[in-house]
Ligand binder design. Structure first.
Ligand SMILES: NC(=O)c1ccc[n+]([C@@H]2O[C@H](COP(=O)([O-])OP(=O)(O)OC[C@H]3O[C@@H](n4cnc5c(N)ncnc54)[C@H](OP(=O)(O)O)[C@@H]3O)[C@@H](O)[C@H]2O)c1
Length: 264
């Protein structure tokens, strides 16, 4: 077994930010473990990685199931015996007024994928990282983990929760040499919007300016790559999310008025 080539594990690797992050690490010669539910899509990403000369391991995984998550961690440990970076990225949104969300298919689903799923995944890979006394975990949350918006109630709850988990875990495992990073993206062009709006007519149409402000999955993969090399506590991306979070934190009353009016 080649023990020197670094290993990255990416959840939600079948699409969007996760697939782009897998390709970004593959280009740098990492061995890449790919996890999500859709095997065919994971195989496509793996084929691209193999064209780049990178090893890929496809492990179909539903992060809602802790046993499947444990099988993913076991597969990586048995195949490659190490994990350098974990991109804890699988996630989805169900965006609608709270009363329009189904308790199971929308509310529980978001909690089980975005929050408890991310917790299972971090927990499953920690023993290997602790044995190595090193590793980086990048939890892909959202700017919705800082700012609550109408129709984002449960999504925001999961991402605020993931931010709290990230902060506490960072302090828990730093003495063991493990770094935990929170990534808080603003809007990114992916399949996210196709699954997020229960009412497709509620999906906002991007203006020309809006389109310019939205990042690509490759832009976000670049941020993930950089932060994995030089871990920081957290990254808000794009940069202009920073002032929005600052305004929301320090002027909550003004933010209430602006956001309520803008999203009416
Ligand atoms: N796009 C944005 O504007 C945006 C902004 C801020 C934060 N984010 C966050 O970025 C992350 C990636 O989202 P994206 O924009 O790249 O969306 P995307 O293109 O829809 O990709 C979502 C990924 O999550 C996987 N996934 C969904 N449910 C899963 C489950 N139960 N088990 C395992 N994998 C599951 C999907 O794979 P399968 O369907 O094959 O399982 C897919 O690979 C999410 O955590 C999202 O909340 C996105």
């Amino acid at each position: 077994m080649n023990t020197t080539t670094p290993v990255v594990v990416v959840t939600g690797a079948s699409a969007g930010i996760g697939a782009a992050a897998a390709r970004r690490f593959g280009r740098e010669g990492y061995r890449v473990a790919l996890a999500a539910r859709r095997r065919d899509r994971l195989e496509q990403v793996a084929a691209t990685l193999q064209e780049l000369g990178a090893d890929a391991l496809v492990v179909p995984t539903d992060v809602r199931d802790p046993q499947q998550v444990q099988r993913l961690a076991d597969a990586v440990a048995q195949t490659w015996g190490r994990v350098d970076v974990l991109v804890n990225n699988a996630g989805l949104g169900r965006l609608a007024p709270l009363t329009a969300l189904d308790p199971v298919d929308d509310i529980l689903l978001q909690i089980q994928v975005n929050l408890t799923g991310a917790i299972w995944v971090a927990r499953a890979f920690l023993p290997l990282m602790q044995a190595q006394r090193r590793g980086v975990i990048v939890n892909v949350a959202s700017v919705a983990g800082w700012v609550g918006l109408p129709h984002y109630t449960v999504y925001a709850a999961t991402k605020f929760g993931l931010r709290g988990f990230t902060e506490a875990l960072r302090r828990e495992v730093r003495p063991a040499g493990i770094r935990v990073v929170g990534l808080y993206p603003g809007p990114v062009r992916t399949e996210f919007g196709q699954h997020a709006f229960k009412d497709p007519t509620a999906r906002p149409r991007a203006t020309r300016w809006g389109r310019r402000l939205v990042l690509s999955a490759e832009d976000m993969a670049e941020v993930i790559w950089r932060v994995a090399q030089r871990p920081r506590r957290g990254v808000l991306s794009p940069w202009w999310m920073g002032p929005l979070v600052w305004l929301n934190t320090h002027f909550p009353g003004l933010s209430d008025r602006i956001i309520t009016r803008a999203m009416r």
